[in-house]
Ligand binder design. Structure first.
Ligand SMILES: *Cc1c(COP(=O)(O)O)cnc(C)c1O
Length: 369
């Protein structure tokens, strides 16, 4: 699905040097590269605070802990997402309230939002799924009206840009109270292990987020609140410092693959190409087709026989997962999310794809029909 090796070889000298420098320094925990990377990312995104942490799941958990969400508080999110979004809601004994995504863009449907709000609702977690922003203007307006927090799960969309109706532009993850992201190797800005970060423009929240991520302490050995241990490794920060300057070019490379797939499948009677949110740029963490009157699983098998890897993101929505069949996760009726899980298929997309490989994938898809 991705070609991390070719990508590494293009920046190998710089990355190898950066890794060796950390080892030579022996500042493995909270070395200077962690702060340097956080500041570089702050500047890149135009956000006031970047709080590094161990992974994207921790980032979500730390965000919810810093907002003082308590057992029984309701958090509205989508079930059509990676499990991490809902996992931390479960861990903190919050109550998830799932709403539908939009059939064309796969992101939270703001039209379903107000009906889901109750007196217990505390936060909304839109997921910028597959690489483009959810309808943030609508979501933020509703959140403001009902006095709710917004946490953007930006694990798949770092670098996507959203334009508000007044022309103001903001980066994914920097519009709500808190944004969270992941540097898992296959994400758009991936390190060579686990990593994550939290974004906010709020000084007070930033301080709280840093405390939660650092054992609840501001002063060493003085634990004012219960926290967690979640740090970005110095070696990973050093690698990310090498990769961040390439992020825009990486997004462009992914967009160019998407444009090729679009051109090939735009008029296909059995395939729906991914729709673009007109207010957001798309960084194509995934290129996801929807099958129409076609056997998705047979298509996947056909492609596998041709040597083309594909993935189903996601085969089951979270509310249908075995581990989530309990009173905390009251199964609602989310017909569209369930339908999408049966009909979507994601094609390989990454920064190193050659025209030859892309054309082979396109021909392999066509030959199924
Ligand atoms: C990858 C991902 C996460 C979790 O990130 P990790 O670093 O793997 O913990 C959370 N949410 C979404 C939508 C993701 O795609």
């Amino acid at each position: 699905m991705v070609d991390l090796k070719s990508q590494y070889h293009k920046i190998k000298e710089e990355v190898d040097r950066a890794i060796i420098d950390v080892i030579e320094q022996t500042a493995f925990i909270q070395g200077p590269q962690v702060k340097q990377f956080s500041e570089a990312l702050q500047n890149h995104l135009g956000v006031k605070h970047v709080i590094p942490c161990a992974n994207g799941t921790d980032a979500l958990q730390i965000a919810m802990m810093a907002l003082d969400l308590k057992p029984g508080d309701e958090v509205i999110t989508t079930s059509y997402t990676y499990v991490a979004t809902c996992e931390v809601i479960a861990l903190l004994q919050l109550t998830p309230v799932f709403i539908e995504v939009k059939a064309d863009t796969f992101t939270m449907d703001p039209a379903c939002l107000e009906a889901a709000i109750t007196s217990k609702t505390k936060a909304i977690v839109p997921v910028h799924l597959y690489g483009q922003c959810a309808d943030m203007e609508e979501i933020l307006d509703i959140a403001k009206k009902h006095n709710l927090y917004v946490i953007e799960d930006t694990a798949q969309a770092i670098g996507a840009e959203y334009t508000f109706s007044d022309g103001r532009k903001e980066q994914a993850g920097c519009m709500g109270h808190i944004g969270t992201t992941s540097f898992f190797p296959s994400k758009n800005l991936g390190c060579y292990g686990d990593g994550g970060a939290i974004f906010t423009n709020d000084d007070e929240l930033a301080e709280k987020l840093r405390m939660v991520a650092n054992h609840g302490q501001k002063v060493k050995y003085h634990h004012d609140i219960v926290g967690v241990n979640s740090r970005l490794d110095t070696i990973q920060a050093a690698i990310l410092l090498c990769k961040l300057p390439h992020l825009n070019a990486y997004s462009d490379a992914r967009r160019s693959v998407a444009a090729g797939y679009d051109k090939a499948f735009a008029n296909h009677p059995n395939l729906q190409i991914p729709a673009r949110n007109p207010k957001s740029t798309h960084v194509f963490h995934q290129y996801t087709l929807t099958c129409i009157n076609a056997d998705r699983d047979a298509l996947q098998k056909h492609l596998q026989e041709k040597g083309v890897p594909t993935m189903i993101y996601y085969p089951l929505p979270v509310h249908k997962q075995k581990g989530y069949q309990n009173a905390q996760f009251e199964p609602g009726s989310l017909e569209l999310s369930e339908h999408l899980c049966k009909h979507v298929i994601s094609l390989p997309i990454h920064t190193e794809m050659t025209d030859d490989v892309m054309n082979y994938i396109i021909e392999s898809v066509r030959s199924f029909f």
